[in-house]
Design a protein around this ligand. Structure first.
Ligand SMILES: C=CC1=C(C)c2cc3[nH]c(cc4nc(cc5[nH]c(cc1n2)c(C)c5CCC(=O)O)C(CCC(=O)O)=C4C)c(C)c3C=C
Ligand SMILES: [Fe+2]
Ligand SMILES: [Fe+2]
Length: 329
């Protein structure tokens, strides 16, 4: 249609620049100062964040990051995987006028700098692709807010489109089902129960109308149908609770504990709320929860990978992106 270029910008959460105390602290300060994430009045939250959270949390998180850090590239796995997804997605566009890149909401590379770079490369249109299948104000809306802040600085703005949540998109569900089937077939044991563990959200945000939980349930319903599994066999759970308030449940740690205590010996955990493996999947599930489940009497524990830069995953991302590019290519 137009001779100008099109930018396709994958956006993920972001990860600290280093796995040391100060890098993690800087990252957590930026992340947890986002009012989309912690929506308490700043007069209440600031003092707690500065005095309590940023004193103790970075030490614990830095230790967790070190256990999964990509030493070769000196970066978090989320960044390595998101970059690989952008590179492989770029290779799938034979159209020479499409440029694929990635940005991170926190700790960089920032959405603003990537929008500037795409414009400098001649992109008058940008399709932004938040890599969150389920919408949450704390993730999806925060990405959109940040893009709007970047555009607010420009006289000549690019035209912006945003990929909608894809929690029940057949392309996403088919990829998840294929990837789950293949990974289960490769295990040396057969899990009695599978747990689908999504990142949690404070219950108060859901009560105020965030559709996140509904989206997670829809993903899981569709995945159960695709795999022919019952709600008993493929369970819903939420991980990564943060702080002392009530988060939406059941908590993954409790579900696994109850399974172990009721004599279930073999489980697999999948994470269909993440498109790219990260601290929460690799460390919290792959290290912490594996350890507790085995300590509580479980015998076999498998963590299934996210779609990452797999063929199944890239096909889904391409299908979803191409649909949103219609009329632009
Ligand atoms: C997948 C969707 C995510 C939602 C929804 C989400 C909400 C949310 N998260 C926190 C607090 C933390 N999350 C942290 C890490 C983290 N969170 C997501 C995704 C979602 N978060 C990802 C992909 C990651 C991993 C980042 C990485 O570097 O690999 C962390 C930092 C790590 C730690 O200290 O545990 C915090 C803190 C809140 C409060 C929230 C909703 C209100
Ligand atoms: Fe999070
Ligand atoms: Fe966590």
């Amino acid at each position: 249609m137009s001779a100008s270029r099109i930018g396709l910008l994958l956006v993920n959460l972001g990860t600290p620049q280093g796995a040391d105390y100060w890098s993690v602290r800087r990252y957590l300060r930026e992340f947890l100062s986002d009012r989309r994430v912690v929506d308490l009045p700043p007069v209440l939250w600031r003092p707690i964040l500065e005095s309590f959270v940023l004193t103790f949390r970075p030490r614990r998180s830095a230790r967790a990051y070190r256990s999964v850090w990509n030493e070769e590239r000196d970066e978090g796995p989320l960044k390595t995987i998101t970059r690989a997804q952008a590179e492989k997605l770029g290779a799938r566009f034979a159209e020479r006028n499409v440029i694929v890149d990635f940005a991170m909401r926190y700790a960089g590379p920032s959405i603003g700098e990537k929008i500037d770079a795409l414009r400098a490369n001649g992109c008058e249109r940008i399709l932004m692709f938040p890599l969150y299948p389920q919408y949450a104000a704390s993730t999806t809306a925060s990405v959109v807010d940040e893009a709007a802040r970047a555009l607010a600085l420009l006289r000549e703005q690019p035209t912006l489109r945003i990929v909608p949540p894809f929690y029940d998109d057949p392309a996403y569900i088919e990829a998840l089902a294929a990837s789950t089937r293949a990974q289960l077939a490769a295990l040396d044991f057969e899990p009695e129960i599978l747990v689908a563990s999504f990142h949690g959200l404070p219950q108060a945000q859901i009560d105020r109308g965030d559709p996140y939980r509904r989206h997670c349930e829809a993903t899981l319903d569709a995945l159960r149908s695709a795999l022919g599994m019952s709600p008993e066999r493929l369970r819903l759970a939420f991980q990564s609770r943060f702080g002392r308030t009530q988060w939406t449940g059941p908590y993954t740690a409790n579900v696994l504990q109850e399974l172990a205590q009721s004599g279930v010996k073999r489980v697999a955990v999948l994470t269909p709320g993440f498109v790219s493996d990260c601290l929460e999947t690799l460390e919290e599930i792959g290290v912490e929860l594996r350890h507790s489940y085995l300590a509580e009497g479980g015998e076999n524990f498998a963590r299934l990978d996210c779609l990452n830069d797999s063929e199944d995953g890239l096909r889904a991302l391409e299908t979803i992106a191409r649909r949103e590019l219609s009329g632009w290519l």
